[in-house]
Ligand binder design. Structure first.
Ligand SMILES: [Zn+2]
Length: 267
């Protein structure tokens, strides 16, 4: 499932293709993939992209006519740029068509992904409550400790809560907890201020490292040119048998997700 580094990498690719270009249409090929804000009256296309940004795992494309696209890849969605499109692919659920005819295919085998077309003024109604961006200064030890110090839930579940911090998912939470030496099932209220500081540092570090190599390609995630990211070569515990020190890893289910950790390195 794409997390912050993967979504940012896709967004960067999308900007390289779409910047200042005119979208002539957005077509949906699967029920529910394309959502259209009911208050939109006339067809909003053609329209020029003037800005694209990421918030958590969401991409927001602002158009020059006060409309926006919200693109959410969810589990298996990917955007693939095709300058010479022909047939609709098997798992192609929607398509962004550019002036001149080249396209961005929205390919999503599991069909949970969405593209919403909304009035820019109405964006907030189509976005969930999201916590601070983990790479921003708002996500610091004081904020993190303050948010979890009265919570009994496992720290891993808390970090996956998008309303607490936006953009983290299973892979990077497993990795940052290993780097921090903290077991994933530690209740939030047992995390000290010092541990919160260590976690914030490792959150920022692991995300920055993953961003620098285009994210992690474990299953469906691909960049916009359909190439893989490279961070899977640097994972230390996610889907591994042993930690880098050679200890056998444990795998527990937390919130329905596999949680890889080292019983020796993580306390
Ligand atoms: Zn270990």
């Amino acid at each position: 499932m794409p997390e912050l580094p993967e979504v940012q990498t896709v967004l960067d690719g999308l900007v390289s293709v779409l910047d200042q270009r005119v979208i002539s249409a957005v077509e949906g090929y699967y029920p529910g993939t394309l959502i259209r804000d009911p208050i939109i009256g006339a067809e909003p296309f053609p329209a020029r992209m003037i800005q694209a940004l990421r918030r958590g795992k969401y991409m927001i494309v602002n158009l020059d006519n006060l409309h926006s696209l919200i693109i959410h890849l969810r589990m298996t969605g990917k955007l693939v740029y095709d300058p010479n499109p022909e047939d609709i692919h098997k798992h192609e659920r929607a398509r962004i068509i550019l002036e001149g005819g080249d396209v961005l295919r929205f390919i999503d085998p599991r069909t949970f992904g969405k593209i919403s077309i909304v009035k820019t003024a109405n964006l907030a109604n189509y976005m969930p409550a999201l916590g601070p961006e983990p790479l921003s200064d708002d996500f610091d030890a004081r904020y993190l400790h303050g948010s979890i110090h009265s919570r009994k839930a496992p720290i891993k579940n808390l970090l996956l809560d998008q309303a607490l911090v936006a953009g983290l998912g299973n892979i990077y939470v497993c990795e940052l907890l290993y780097r921090s030496g903290i077991r994933p099932d530690t209740p939030g209220h047992r995390i000290s201020q010092k541990q919160a500081r260590i976690m914030v540092k490792h959150t920022k570090d692991v995300l920055a490292e993953a961003l620098s190599v285009g994210g992690t390609s474990i299953s469906d995630y691909r960049r916009i040119d359909d190439k893989t990211g490279e961070f899977q070569h640097f994972l230390q515990v996610y889907q591994k048998q042993q930690c880098p020190l050679g200890h056998d890893l444990a795998n527990i289910r937390l919130g329905g997700r596999s949680s890889f950790y080292c019983p020796i390195c993580q306390k």
